[in-house]
Design a protein around this ligand. Structure first.
Ligand code: SF4
Length: 448
């Protein structure tokens, strides 16, 4: 018997304006076609109509608005893109029923809006790529990028020169991706960007609808929504701006993991100023204390630079005191090394290789002392552990991670064989485990 393939949704396109807009329309249609969509030459046969607008002159704007009006009258399911995407409010005021408005060159967004308005029916014969995309991580954890680029200009970093200023993704596109990842088996979402706390500064006035409610493009709102989607949500690359205080209660409520990856890089205000670090004026020690009052389980991971140009012994000692006083759970440290093109190369007071390396070693000795003491405090606790490896169905034990351990960068929880014969460990599943020992960066636990 022949297999009947599900019918692909049909997309209609009205392309206005100059040849540059026409090329954008071609790109959008090429992507949609490669996603499996069919094209419709008329309004009647389309499941959704794209209007790629022109906003060059007032007359072109009026023509665009008329084209949107015609598409709504003839079909009703309309997505607007192109130059007039910048005037979303005008469009929505005149046509409140448009499904989405995206700007010029926002291919990912317009394609995402089509997927949402007219989803492709799942078919293993047609869809070579799973909904959640192809992943290089195990099924049970996924990185979720929320923005690209960075608005800061840290003296040692060339990322803004390579990747440009911060561009945030739409919150609904992020949440849709998160949902697909969770449907495909992800238990842990690792939120990444160059500067997670700055998420949305460029699109703050563009809230998006998600499950019938508006979501503001802001780290706290996004973290809350992600916490409703995935069992574990872990925040990376969070700078200590005052508004970070708002995500700590979400951790205390159990909505997101009580884990913060905050790249402090240094503690001394003068070094931070020379580094041109964001939020360098914040009183980080007091902030951390307040965070721990709200959420005592909070685990802080951070990275530091030892031997930055001009760093005095006194400034370095300040850094060691900070790591001890802040009880940083997990710390990494680089000896400062010049990067071609970085502004810090011009700073006076470059330290010799040996001194930079010596300070790195001294830093790591202190950081490990703090980390080991904190790990030992865990002995006797029972924690939820996400299983990463479980040979022989876990009968001989396995390896997992608790909320305190991000994959690849932190330690692990070594799981001993479960005491109960009936208990098996499965990769990608949670187990409760009682901590019985701490070894190096890792914990040892018995599944219970
Ligand atoms: S180090 Fe500074 S400039 Fe570089 S990506 Fe991070 S915040 Fe941006």
């Amino acid at each position: 018997m022949a297999t009947k393939l599900p019918e692909a949704p049909r997309v209609g396109m009205v392309s206005l304006g100059c040849p540059k807009n026409l090329v954008d329309s071609e790109r959008i249609l090429t992507k949609l076609r490669s996603d499996g969509y069919a094209m419709s030459p008329d309004y009647a046969g389309a499941d959704v109509v794209l209007v790629n607008t022109c906003g060059f002159l007032d007359s072109a704007k009026e023509e665009s608005l008329e084209a949107i009006g015609e598409a709504i009258a003839e079909n009703g399911r309309v997505i607007v893109t192109g130059c007039m995407g910048k005037e979303a409010e005008t469009i929505r005021a005149r046509f409140p029923n448009v499904l989405a408005v995206t700007g010029a060159h926002q291919y990912e967004e317009v394609v995402g809006a089509v997927h949402e308005a007219a989803p492709m029916p799942p078919s293993p014969f047609v869809n070579l790529v799973p909904d959640a995309g192809l992943k290089l991580t195990p099924r049970h954890y996924s990185y979720l990028k929320i923005s690209e680029g960075c608005n800061h200009r840290c003296a040692f970093c060339i990322i803004p020169a390579l990747r440009g200023d911060l561009v945030s993704r739409r919150p609904d596109a992020i949440l849709r991706e998160a949902e697909k990842l969770v449907e495909a088996g992800t238990k842990e979402l690792l939120v990444i960007s160059q500067d997670t706390s700055a998420y949305g500064v460029d699109i703050r006035k563009e809230p998006r609808m998600w499950k019938g409610q508006e979501v503001i493009p802001h780290m706290t709102d996004l973290a809350r929504e992600l916490g409703r989607i995935a069992p574990w949500v872990r925040l990376h690359y969070v700078y200590p701006y005052p508004h970070v205080d708002q995500v700590i209660p979400l951790m205390a409520e159990g909505l997101i993991l009580p884990y913060l990856d905050v790249p402090f890089q240094h503690s001394h205000p003068e070094v931070l100023r020379r580094m041109k670090r964001p939020a360098s004026g914040e009183r980080n020690l007091e902030r951390i204390e307040r965070w721990r009052e709200v959420c005592p389980e909070l685990v802080i991971r951070s990275t530091f630079i030892a031997g930055f140009p001009g760093e005095t012994e006194e400034e370095f000692a300040h850094l060691l005191d900070f790591v001890r006083a802040a009880r940083i759970d997990r710390a990494g440290c680089f000896a400062y090394s010049p990067v071609a093109g970085a502004a810090a190369n011009e700073l006076p007071g470059m330290l010799g290789d040996e001194l930079r390396e010596e300070r790195r070693s001294r830093f790591m000795a202190v950081a490990e002392e703090v980390s080991t003491a904190k790990l030992r405090e865990r002995i006797g606790q029972t924690l939820q552990v996400l299983v990463d490896a479980a040979p022989a169905q876990g009968r001989r034990g396995g390896v997992g991670r608790s909320y305190a351990d991000a994959p690849e960068i932190d330690g692990t929880v070594r799981l001993l064989p479960p005491q109960k014969i009936s208990k098996t460990l499965k990769v990608g599943e949670f187990t409760r485990a009682q901590i019985v020992d701490a070894q190096g960066h890792d914990l040892v636990a018995v599944p219970v």
